[in-house]
Design a protein around this ligand. Structure first.
Ligand code: HEC
Ligand code: HEC
Length: 325
């Protein structure tokens, strides 16, 4: 009786494992070619290119991930390093590399059409039809900003830099076949024009769709990126592949009077803090870029963060030295 039951369980398990393996294997090369292309065409208008430069270099941390990994020190010091890609993310599902965004025809975006870059940013579908890894959570970029970003990327000098292919381990393959199988598109229809001028709306746009403050300042799963804590309530255990000796805790940035940073900062103090740039050496927050955000935009970010529900959550000190603890 017992043996028979065990045998049945064994067979069921075998079938499940075999079925799962086939399922996972069959879903490693999914393509989403039918996803529409947004109508993006690069402009050479200097105002459009300048807006693109501002988004790419100052507000959206593109260079934090796509900047030349060999020029990390220059980037941290505030230089506009070439966006040659190759930065490695060594995370539980595997090792992943950012792409070369310069116009080099062979190794960069030179032969990728404007509309395909637009589709990658907005719908999470790569130029080759793959669902992109969910690293770029800027699907909400407005039509005019998307065009500005592509326009700026086209003005860079082409740099030849071959980026290694991604490596998904067994766990990564399962995640790829399930949680990451579908491309991530925008939650709501992105605006045609980005909101400008000091307002909560401008702040919401920058925080949610461009500067991605929530992405670091919210506790998330290291495996899937799903949020596991309250929005803007801060996070712990944020380690960077460039410095595994430190564990960062992006603080709670809500207006909770006791545990939220914005509970203790006036609007002027918030702007002044951003102008100071990085104060804690090695902090992964792209302070050198954010210190250049315009006054109106910083004030808008403050107004928006003040408008979100306060969260009571203390994440401890901003950085822990892993060697000592
Ligand atoms: C948090 C890190 C991160 C940030 C910030 C980031 N990227 Fe990426 N980007 C990646 C990774 C990782 C990939 C590779 C994704 C893949 O192949 O699945 C990628 C891929 C791309 C691609 C290639 C898509 C394709 O067709 O293969 C483009 C274009 C791109 N990024 C543009 C940008 C721009 C423009 C910005 C800033 C507005 C930006 N990225 C910000 C990590 C990032
Ligand atoms: C790449 C991750 C990352 C992003 C993106 C990010 N932060 Fe941070 N932030 C951190 C970390 C880590 C700290 C703690 C270390 C430090 O103070 O530099 C921090 C600290 C802060 C502090 C406290 C600074 C102080 O001295 O008291 C504020 C305020 C803040 N972030 C606001 C923001 C806002 C607003 C945005 C979006 C415009 C943002 N952060 C985007 C990671 C990030």
């Amino acid at each position: 009786m017992m043996r028979k039951a065990l045998l049945t369980v064994g067979i069921v398990l075998l079938v499940v494992v075999a079925g799962g393996t086939v399922f996972v294997a069959s879903r490693q090369n999914l393509r989403f070619d039918a996803t529409p292309y947004p109508g993006v065409t690069a402009s050479t208008d200097s105002a459009v290119v300048e807006r693109g430069r501002y988004i790419v270099r100052d507000v959206a941390p593109c260079a934090a991930c796509h900047g030349d990994p060999k020029q990390r020190a220059a980037y941290v010091a505030g230089a506009d390093v070439p966006l040659v890609g190759g930065f490695e993310f060594a995370i539980p599902p595997g090792e992943f590399y950012t792409r070369n965004l310069t116009p080099d025809a062979e190794t960069g975006l030179g032969s990728v059409p404007d509309s395909a870059i637009g589709r990658a940013m907005r719908y999470g579908v790569g130029h080759d039809g793959r669902a992109l890894l969910p690293f770029m959570e800027m699907q909400g970029l407005s039509d005019d900003d998307l065009r500005a970003v592509v326009s700026y990327l086209r003005t860079q000098a082409p740099v030849r830099n071959v980026v290694p292919p991604h490596h998904f381990n067994v766990l990564g393959k399962v995640v790829k076949a399930t949680a990451m199988a579908k491309p991530v598109g925008p939650a709501t229809t992105p605006p045609a024009r980005a909101p400008r001028g000091k307002s909560v709306e401008t702040g919401r746009y920058l925080v949610e769709s461009v500067a991605l403050c929530w992405a670091c300042h919210t506790q998330r799963s290291q495996m899937t990126g799903a949020m596991t804590g309250p929005r803007f309530g801060g996070a712990t255990g944020f380690t960077e592949s460039t410095d595994p000796t430190h564990s960062w805790s992006p603080p709670n940035i809500t207006s909770d009077p006791e545990t939220g940073r914005l509970g203790k900062m006036t609007e002027d103090q918030f702007v002044a803090r951003f102008r100071q740039g990085r104060l804690i050496p090695g902090s992964p927050m792209p302070w050198q870029a954010f210190s250049r955000i315009s006054e109106d935009d910083l004030r808008s970010i403050y107004l928006y963060l003040k408008s979100v529900p306060p969260v009571k959550r203390d994440n401890g000190p901003p950085v822990v030295d892993v060697k000592k603890s």
